[in-house]
Design a protein around this ligand. Structure first.
Ligand SMILES: C[S@@+](CC[C@H](N)C(=O)[O-])C[C@H]1O[C@@H](n2cnc3c(N)ncnc32)[C@H](O)[C@@H]1O
Length: 300
């Protein structure tokens, strides 16, 4: 019954997402048709992201002068209250990105809802990607009764909160710890744990120092820091149980080679690793994608 509920939820989420992207693209053309010519519309043809009631758009340099008009046109979408233009790339330790409000209300905080979980966040001060919803549910569905889980690099809490809520509905007991370095991300995670009425031990600090301090062994460790995960693999290996699972994220142009490299790194640290799955989960830039390798670790 519970499983069916989540399969239905997942199918609805995926089809809604595709439907939204298609209809938004079509509507975008209609709304922009009033202010841009056909060539300019083609430049804007990338679909935009929507986090809560904020649309995040990319303004091509050729259309910089028209960004406010474009923003106003996007406000025609019923549920959009703010239009923010990307003003940089994800960068720094906190993986945040500068945004410029080009239309609508002057705020960057919103509430994003996904699979029945609600996340309050400031889209500029913390990292959040609504494109990883399928990946979060994929991992949540693997979690079994009695697991002790460590969500490293937890951000505003989307992985641990979804797992906690899903297992609560399934009447499964799990113990979850979540570590985040960005104080703003940590503050939102604590608030989101409260909003979603789940039980997660939230920790502010560096995974490198906070994980050993817990003095615990985990059945599952999630490592969603694709840019730097290799610097923390030893920390995860030291904290994983024998036959525990590590979900290791990275960027690569070849999922198979990437998975083999991660397995080799585990072996170099003296651990056996069996690759149980390799999943491409989104684009980083043309030709390079985000990859998750699921590794079953055995302590030799
Ligand atoms: C790519 S984001 C992922 C956030 C979240 N898991 C999500 O999916 O929305 C990586 C997060 O790790 C945090 N971070 C970076 N280095 C860290 C460290 N050494 N210890 C703990 N958190 C760290 C960043 O602040 C950021 O929130």
């Amino acid at each position: 019954m519970q499983f069916k509920f989540f399969v239905c939820n997942f199918i609805c989420f995926a089809s809604d997402f595709i439907y939204m992207q298609t209809t938004m693209k079509q509507s975008l053309k209609i709304f922009l048709g009033e202010i841009l010519n056909n060539d300019e519309i083609k430049l804007m043809n990338r679909s935009f992201d929507v986090i809560g009631d904020i649309a995040v758009i990319e303004i091509p340099p050729e259309l910089e002068a028209k960004k406010k008009e474009i923003g106003k046109a996007i406000l025609n979408f019923k549920h959009i209250k703010v239009v923010a233009a990307k003003a940089g790339i994800f960068e720094g330790e906190y993986r945040t990105r500068k945004l410029e409000i080009v239309a609508g209300e002057n705020r960057k905080e919103t509430i994003y809802t996904e699979f029945g979980c609600r996340y309050l966040l400031n889209i500029e001060e913390v990292y959040f990607s609504e494109r990883l919803g399928n990946e979060r549910i994929r991992i949540s569905q693997q979690v079994k009764e009695g697991e002790k889980i460590l969500a490293m690099f937890a951000g505003v809490g989307p992985y641990p909160i979804l797992i906690a809520r899903m297992k609560k509905r399934e009447n499964k007991n799990v113990e979850i710890y979540a570590i985040e370095l960005n104080p703003v991300g940590y503050k939102y995670m604590v608030e989101n744990v409260r909003i979603n009425k789940v039980n997660i031990k939230c920790i502010l600090g560096d995974v490198k120092t906070e994980t050993p301090k817990l003095g615990l062994k985990f059945d599952r460790i999630i490592m969603p820091l694709p840019k730097d995960a290799e610097n923390f693999l030893d920390t995860a290996l030291n904290a994983i149980n024998d036959r525990g699972i590590i979900h290791y994220y990275g960027f690569s142009d070849n999922t198979k080679i990437f998975a083999e490299e991660v397995k080799k790194q585990c072996e170099n640290f003296g651990y056996g690793a069996e690759i149980s799955d390799v999943v491409a989960c989104g684009a980083y830039c043309p030709k390079i994608g985000r990859v998750c390798v699921d590794l079953k670790i055995n302590k030799k």
